[in-house]
Design a protein around this ligand. Structure first.
Ligand code: AMP
Ligand code: GLY
Length: 428
C-alpha cells in the first residue's frame, strides 16, 4: 500500500520511520516533508492548508490508498472531511472533532459539562470584562488565546501588571491573530510534589469506541534549562514518565480518557485518530491542562520508537473502528529526545545555516524537524531543527547517549536544553 503523510516536522519524520517498517507499506509520500524525511519518502510540494489542492492531488494519485494527517492546522480546517468526502481513507479526526484542540473554550466547556477534571476558568470575548475579572482574581493566573497559536498562546502571569499586559497582547494587539478574539482565563495549577506542576503527555489511539493509551511521556515546554524562558512547541521529551504508575493510569482512564470519548460521542463529534491529553498531577488528582487532536511533537519522537506493533495496522484499525480487536505492544526501557533549535527560537531566528552531523552512534536516531537540502548541503529551515533520540534501559542511559551525540552536531546559533530527562526524580 502507498501512503501519504501530511506535515513537515520531527513528528512526521518519526511517523514515517515507523510506517517505513510496516510490511504492508510500499511507498510513502510526504506533503511537504524536509531533508530527513526525503530519505524515506517522496516529498510533495503542495500547500497542505489548501484543502482543494490536497484533495485534487490525492484524487490524481490513484496509487495512494491512505492519508495520515499529522499537524493541527489542516485538521482544524477540515482536511479529513475534504478527503473523506472524495472517498479516500484517512487517519485524523474530522473538523468537528478537531475542535477539541482548535478551540480552548470548546474544550473547557466540554470538560465542565461532563465533569472531566480541569483547572477552573472563565472565557471572555470582551477585553474590559476580562480585565475586571483578572483584577479581582488570584495570582499567578493563566491566560490562553482561544485558537491555535503554535503552542505559544499561553501566558502565565505572576501579577496584575503582567496579566494586564497579557490581555492587551492577546485581545487588543492580537499577537496570536484571530486566536485571541476569545481568551480563557484559568486557575494556575501546581504539582503535587514538584514545582512547577508535574505534567505528563498521554497520547492515545481512539476509534471513537475504544481508547488505547500509548506510553506516557514528559515534554519540556520552556526554552531554557530549569523550565525558564518562554513557552515553545517543546524542547525535548522522555518516556516513561517517572510518576505515572498503574494507579494514576487507572485514574486517568476512568476519570479522563473514557469520559472524554463518551463526551465527544454525546456531542455528536466522535473522535477518531490520536487524542492527546496534556495532564497535570495536582494535590486534587490528575487534571487536564490541554487536549490536542493529533500526535504531540516532540512526544511522538520518543513514543513511536518504543512501539512494537505495526503502526499501519493500528491506523487501519482506527479507520475501520475495530481498535478493540488488536493488541498494541511496547518495548520496555526508556527513550529520550533532545531538540536542537535555532538561536532565538521561539522568537525570531535565522534560517539557512549549514548543519554538520558527525559520525553518530548506530543506535541513535536523528529526526529532522526544520531542515532542507540546498545544492547537496544540509541547512536549517525552522525554529526546531533536529531531534536527537536515543533508547536505553533507563532514562539516565538514554539521555547520556543522546547528549553524547548532540555534541557531534553543529550549526551556527544552535541552542538546546542540557536538562532533558532530569525532572520528577527521573531515574529509569
Ligand atoms: P497549553 O498550550 O494549554 O498546554 O499550555 C502550555 C503550558 O502552559 C502547559 O504545558 C503548562 O506548562 C502551562 N499551563 C497551561 N495551563 C496551566 C494551568 N492552568 N496551570 C499551570 N500551568 C499551566
Ligand atoms: N509537545 C506539545 C504539543 O505537541 O502540543
Amino acid at each position: 500500500m502507498n501512503v501519504l503523510v501530511i506535515g513537515n516536522g520531527g513528528r512526521e519524520h518519526a511517523i514515517i520511520a515507523a510506517l517505513a517498517k510496516s510490511p504492508t507499506v510500499d511507498k510513502i509520500y510526504c506533503m511537504k516533508g524536509n531533508a530527513g524525511i526525503a530519505e524515506l519518502a517522496e516529498c510533495v510540494d503542495v500547500d497542505y492548508l489548501d484543502l482543494k489542492a490536497v484533495g485534487d492531488w490525492v484524487d490524481a494519485h490513484k496509487d495512494v490508498e491512505y492519508t495520515v494527517i499529522a499537524p493541527d492546522d489542516p485538521l482544524a480546517l477540515g482536511l479529513a472531511d475534504e478527503l473523506e468526502s472524495r472517498g479516500h481513507r484517512v487517519f485524523g479526526p474530522n473538523k468537528k472533532a478537531a475542535e477539541i484542540e482548535a478551540s480552548k473554550s470548546f474544550a473547557k466547556n466540554l470538560m465542565k459539562k461532563y465533569g472531566i477534571p480541569t483547572a477552573a476558568y472563565e472565557t471572555f470575548d470582551d477585553y474590559e470584562k476580562a480585565l475586571a475579572y483578572v483584577e479581582k482574581g488570584k495570582f499567578p493566573v493563566v491566560l490562553k488565546a482561544d485558537g491555535l497559536a503554535l503552542g505559544k498562546g499561553v501566558l502565565i502571569c505572576e501579577n496584575l501588571e503582567q496579566a494586564k499586559a497579557g490581555l492587551k497582547q492577546i485581545m487588543l494587539d492580537k499577537a496570536f491573530g484571530a486566536a485571541g478574539n476569545t481568551v480563557v482565563v484559568e486557575e494556575f495549577l501546581t504539582g503535587k510534589e514538584f514545582t512547577p506542576g508535574e505534567e505528563v503527555s498521554v497520547l492515545t489511539f481512539t476509534d471513537g469506541k475504544t481508547i488505547v493509551p500509548m506510553l506516557a511521556s514528559c515534554d519540556h515546554k520552556r526554552a531554557l534549562d530549569g523550565d525558564k524562558g518562554l513557552n515553545t512547541g517543546g524542547m525535548g521529551t522522555f518516556t516513561p514518565c517517572p510518576f505515572y504508575d498503574d494507579e494514576i493510569s487507572d485514574e486517568v482512564m476512568n476519570k479522563i480518557l473514557l469520559p472524554t470519548v463518551r463526551a465527544m460521542n454525546a456531542e455528536g463529534r466522535p473522535f477518531k485518530g490520536v487524542l492527546y491529553f496534556g495532564l497535570m498531577r495536582t494535590p486534587d488528582g490528575m487534571k487536564v491542562v490541554e487536549y490536542n487532536s493529533r500526535f504531540g511533537d516532540p512526544e511522538t519522537q520518543v513514543v513511536l520508537p518504543m512501539l512494537k506493533t505495526d503502526l499501519m495496522e493500528i491506523f487501519q484499525a482506527v479507520t475501520d473502528e475495530r481498535l478493540a480487536d488488536i493488541d498494541i505492544e511496547w518495548e520496555s526501557g526508556a527513550c529520550v529526545c533532545v531538540v536542537l533549535a535555532s538561536g532565538g527560537y521561539p522568537q525570531s531566528y535565522a534560517k539557512g545555516k549549514e548543519i554538520i552531523i558527525g559520525d553518530l552512534d548506530k543506535d541513535v536516531f536523528v529526526y529532522h524537524a526544520g531542515t532542507k537540502r540546498e545544492g547537496g548541503v544540509l541547512k536549517t529551515n525552522g525554529g526546531r531543527v533536529l531531534n536527537v533520540c536515543a533508547k536505553g534501559k533507563t532514562i539516565a542511559e538514554a539521555r547520556e547517549k543522546a547528549y553524547k551525540n548532540v555534541e557531534k552536531i553543529h550549526f551556527d546559533g544552535m541552542q538546546y536544553r542540557k536538562d532533558i530527562g532530569i525532572k520528577y526524580n527521573a531515574k529509569g
